[in-house]
Design a protein around this ligand. Structure first.
Ligand code: UFG
Length: 315
């Protein structure tokens, strides 16, 4: 297929673009490089530097879009909500408009666990209430809502994948954020000497060791789900799937595994809770397993951390 990957110079987008090229697809990456890196575009993909708000030319002759380009920092979204609504919802509306103009009727969308907000039960199912607690989650939920409407109104075929905590690396494709807020890369930065210690944001949560539990999914498993979603899109339908491992690991467990993998003592400093962090976020991925036959293969935290660490040493 001829595919447009928006945000394909970013972390998840670059891994998906690499797997699409490996599967024999003809891939164009559209990325404005505001947070992505040109050298993350995989060999064999065409690169167009530009905005999703101006995607018409890049969409010509395309069979489907995989849409990753977005602002994705929860904290930043609270400080600058307008940036999130403009980029994530406004940008996507412009992209959908251009897709209609160019007759492109299929899209796989990068959605998030942040659409659910504070969960009522664990693991979270797709039918659970969506009450985002920050503009990032709200803007992604607004896109999910739009996709449902466009499927009904315009016959768009769409799949939203709601990611939980993506981690690990796929060969040289890894997480490289200028502002790093995520746990695993921040812990590994202590092992590389870029940071002196890692902060543990709260040890008074109602969890076994008092630190938050998160569902870490290997980026390679996550990416594979996009290829399955692409093959199963039905025009006129919008499907939503969670993507996680189904197991929660605590902040302390993550730090312990990072110590084992790197052989570094990794000093940890206990600090206050970070605003807006739910105690437990774990996905039920039963629906995508049942409907698309997806199965995570790299489920051990050790494997996820080892791959992230190897990706880093390839810097
Ligand atoms: N944490 C620390 N120290 C750090 C960084 C994180 O203790 O230096 C803790 C956090 O408080 C949290 C856990 O580690 O308990 C995981 O934090 P991350 O920032 O790695 O990930 P989040 O769970 O906050 O965020 C993820 C995705 C977001 C998504 C969100 C849904 O990265 O895109 O889940 O709530 F929006």
């Amino acid at each position: 297929m001829r595919l447009l990957v928006t945000g394909g110079a970013g972390y998840v987008g670059s891994v998906v673009a690499a797997q699409l090229v490996e599967a024999g697809h003809e891939v164009t990456v559209l990325d404005d490089l505001s947070t992505g890196h040109a050298d993350a575009v995989p060999d064999g993909a065409r690169f167009v530097q530009g905005s999703i708000s101006d995607a018409s030319a890049a969409l010509a002759g395309v069979d489907a879009v995989l849409h990753f380009a977005a602002k994705s920092l929860v904290g930043e979204s609270v400080e600058k909500p307008g940036l999130y609504w403009a980029n994530n919802l406004g940008g996507t509306l412009a992209l959908l408009h251009a897709m209609r103009e160019q007759g492109v009727r299929r899209i796989v969308f990068s959605s998030t666990a942040a659409t659910y907000g504070e969960p009522e039960r664990s693991p979270i199912q797709e039918s659970d209430p969506t009450r985002p607690t920050n503009p990032y989650g709200a803007s992604k939920l607004a896109v999910d809502t739009t996709l449902t409407a466009y499927a009904g109104l315009h016959g768009l075929g769409a799949v939203s994948l709601r990611y939980f905590n993506v981690a690990g690396a796929y060969g040289r494709f890894r997480e490289r954020h200028t502002v790093e807020t995520h746990l695993i890369p921040n812990v590994l930065k202590v092992a590389t000497g870029e940071r002196e210690s890692v902060s543990v944001f709260g040890t008074d949560y109602p969890t076994p060791d008092g630190t938050c539990l998160r569902d870490y999914i290997h980026v390679s498993d996550l990416a594979r789900a996009h290829l399955l979603a692409l093959d199963t899109i039905i025009e006129g339908e919008h499907k939503i799937y969670n993507l996680g491992n189904g197991t929660g690991f605590s902040v302390q467990e993550v730090i312990s595994v990072c110590r084992e993998v790197t052989g570094h003592e990794i000093p940890a400093v206990v600090g206050p809770r970070r605003a807006g962090d739910p105690a437990v976020l774990v996905a039920s991925s039963e629906k995508i397993q049942r409907e698309l036959g997806w199965k995570p293969e790299r489920t051990s935290l050790r494997e996820i951390v080892s791959d992230a660490w190897e990706g880093l040493s390839g810097r």
